[in-house]
Design a protein around this ligand. Structure first.
Ligand code: THU
Length: 138
């Protein structure tokens, strides 16, 4: 695993698991928790929140990013996403773009399930040639 010490990893795992226990997913029954590590070393967590009007629901990563921004965080260093397994979870396209707003590419994206860590990538691997804040500085 690239630069993240074991204590931080355990902190992200615990925060994502706890957030996942709050998931509101009565339609898909697919509970997700996410934990974002910010530039100050703080962890912000969130769960997916579905809606009876299906398209209005949103992902755990989005909730966690909202918590980070509300706490004053402006850079994401790592995000751990925990799904139910057994298929390895991976952030949806919309969340990849939302994460991109707060990191230019070296963001570590870690996929987990209740049994532990299953995979990891950089955001650059998941969203190559991305559109970002730099494009609007023309
Ligand atoms: N979901 C997440 O919260 N994060 C992901 O990375 C993948 C999918 C949620 C959205 C929806 O509530 C449920 O999982 C099924 O798609």
């Amino acid at each position: 695993m690239p630069p993240l010490n074991d204590a931080l990893l355990q902190q992200l795992l615990a925060a994502a698991a706890s957030a996942r226990s709050h998931s509101h997913a009565p339609y898909s029954r697919y509970a997700v928790g996410a934990a974002v590590l910010d530039e100050q070393g703080r962890v912000h967590a969130g769960c997916n929140i579905e809606n009876a009007a299906y398209p209005q629901g949103w992902c755990a990563e989005t909730t966690a990013l909202g918590a980070m921004v509300m706490a004053g965080g402006r850079q994401a260093r790592a995000v751990l996403v925990m799904g139910p397994g057994p298929e390895v979870i991976t952030p949806c396209g919309g969340c990849r773009q939302k994460l991109r707003e707060f990191n230019s590419g070296d963001l570590l994206v870690i996929a987990a399930d209740p049994a532990g860590i299953q995979a990891h990538w950089t955001l650059e691997q998941l969203l190559p040639a991305s559109f970002g804040p730099g494009h609007l500085r023309f």
